[in-house]
Design a protein around this ligand. Structure first.
Ligand SMILES: [Zn+2]
Length: 98
C-alpha cells in the first residue's frame, strides 16, 4: 500500500488538473482519434511507472515516469500523457518513496 504522502503526490491538484486541461485543449484539437468526439475523462490520479529504480524487478523504460491517463467518454479510447511533457513538474523524489 502506498503511504498517505505518496497518495497525495499521485493525486492531481486543481492547479495541475487545469494545466492538464489546457494541454489537452492544445493538442487534441481534432478530438478522439477513434470516434472524433472531444469529451474526455481525466483521471485525477497519476498512472504509470515510477522513475527508474535499478533495484526494481520490472523493466524501466527510458520514458518511465508518472503519466496522466485520459479516457474518451464516448468510445472508451484511452491514452497516457507524460506528466513531464505536460509540465506538471513532478520531482522524481516525490514519487520514488518505496
Ligand atoms: Zn472516442
Amino acid at each position: 500500500m502506498p503511504s498517505e504522502k505518496e497518495e497525495d503526490t499521485w493525486t492531481l491538484s486543481e492547479q495541475q488538473m487545469a494545466t492538464v486541461r489546457r494541454h489537452l485543449e492544445r493538442v487534441l484539437t481534432d478530438g478522439c482519434w477513434v470516434c472524433k468526439k472531444n469529451d474526455w475523462i481525466i483521471l485525477a490520479k497519476l498512472s504509470g511507472e515510477k522513475p527508474y529504480d535499478p533495484n526494481a524487478n520490472y523493466l524501466a523504460l527510458p520514458d518511465s515516469g508518472p503519466k496522466v491517463r485520459i479516457t474518451c467518454k464516448n468510445c472508451g479510447n484511452a491514452a497516457y500523457f507524460s506528466s513531464d511533457v505536460i509540465g506538471l513538474n513532478i520531482a522524481p523524489s516525490e514519487v520514488s518513496s518505496d
